[in-house]
Write a protein that binds this ligand. Structure first.
Ligand code: NAD
Ligand code: ZN
Length: 346
């Protein structure tokens, strides 16, 4: 089968022929992949930044967002059948640590990630533990089922609290921020303000339904948010850029007593901010978001897509043949895309 590999340390990736996975273990299944999509993490691995160099052990098939059909299953697998249409939780949780036993498998202590720690999804077939699979509603297009994993990041971040009638700021309209705009609208937000610096992504935010998009390099974001909210500031701040300035601006733009839900991953050791005035004395409630709640988030994601309350055709901007994966990575690296989906099979 064809697969995209990190074959050795250093920049770049290669597509090559490798044997198909065989003989699923008792609790494993083999999935024939229909679609796989490119994540920012895959781009980090392509570029071989310091994170990749410390974490990835080549040779490895990368990729962790996919949808496909089960073609073989192990003897002990229950609740899934050959022919089932599935997507996967990329976080392979252990199932027996403290967090897994108490309903928090998304922050499992022994987490392994598909396409990072074990062979991933940029291939024609993948062998995975059955427990990470989600049966996708048949109404959902494979192009969108493939991105249910990052869409789940958006859903998890946005749904931490009730948003009915609330004013919202989302910083960063990358693929996840763009999808988050639609989730916030579906959740009943009354005003969705987005900050973004790249022209392509500013347009993407508008296309996904932002009420106001502000470029913080050209305008004072906090001042503008205050004007838009009668001087009060927003009720909820969702950080989806991983940029330290965006984080500080979001904390400042929040109304006292508001909530912050942080998905963005910041470079290096982290960031500094005025914790006294922007958090403690403002009585802010802050959520750290890792992955997706397993499988609570998946259920919400599935229902939002099945019911078409969220339309991912506005966030999936490129659908390319598997062989043109290199082109897909280039769009992602230039920041001139939403989600990029690869058609691996029909
Ligand atoms: P992305 O990098 O494609 O998007 C980030 C966007 O933020 C870009 O469009 C960028 O132009 C914009 N941006 C940069 N500086 C900004 C600023 N000062 N103000 C406003 N916008 C700014 O990333 P993505 O794939 O959409 O993911 C969003 C974030 O979530 C990233 O930081 C990513 O690492 C993180 N992430 C976290 C998890 C998790 O489990 N916590 C999972 C997936 C992704
Ligand atoms: Zn665990």
């Amino acid at each position: 089968m064809k697969a995209i590999f990190k074959d050795k340390p250093g920049e770049g990736l290669v597509m090559k022929e490798v044997p198909e996975p065989t003989k699923p273990g008792p609790d494993e299944v083999i999935v024939k992949i229909k679609r796989a999509s490119i994540c920012g993490t895959d781009v980090h691995i392509y570029r071989w930044d310091s994170w990749s160099a410390s974490r990835i052990k080549p040779p490895i098939i990368i990729g962790h967002e996919f949808a496909g059909t089960i073609v073989e299953k192990g003897d002990m697998v229950e609740g899934l059948e050959v022919g089932d249409y599935v997507a996967a939780e990329s976080h392979i949780f252990c199932g027996h640590c403290y967090q897994c036993r108490t309903g928090k498998a998304h922050i499992c202590q022994n987490l392994k990630i598909l396409g990072v720690d074990v062979n991933g999804a940029f291939a024609e077939y993948i062998k995975v533990p059955a427990r990470i699979l989600w049966k996708v509603s048949p109404e959902i297009d494979p192009n969108f089922a493939s991105v249910m994993e990052p869409f789940g990041n958006a859903v998890h971040t946005i749904t931490v609290e009730d948003l009915t009638g609330k004013t919202v700021l989302i910083t960063g309209a990358g693929p996840i921020g763009a999808m988050a705009i639609q989730v916030a609208r579906a959740e009943g937000a009354s005003l969705i303000i987005v900050s973004e610096v790249k022209p392509y992504r500013i347009e993407l935010a508008k296309k996904n339904g932002a009420d106001v998009v502000i470029n913080p390099l050209e305008e004072d974001l906090v001042k503008r948010v205050k004007v838009l909210t009668n001087g009060e500031g927003v009720d909820a701040f969702f950080e989806m850029s991983g940029n330290p300035d965006a984080f500080r601006q979001g904390m400042e733009a929040l109304t006292p007593g508001g909530i912050a839900s942080v998905l963005g991953i910041f470079p290096g050791e982290g960031i500094t901010f005025d914790i006294n005035n922007l958090f403690t004395l403002k009585g802010i409630k802050m959520y750290g978001i890792a992955g997706r709640k397993i499988f609570e988030t998946w259920r919400i994601a599935d229902q939002l897509l099945k019911s078409k309350r969220v339309d991912l055709s506005k966030a999936v901007t490129h659908v390319l043949p598997f062989d043109e994966w290199q082109k897909g990575f280039e769009f992602m690296m230039r920041g001139e895309s939403g989600k990029v989906v690869l058609v691996v099979s029909d």
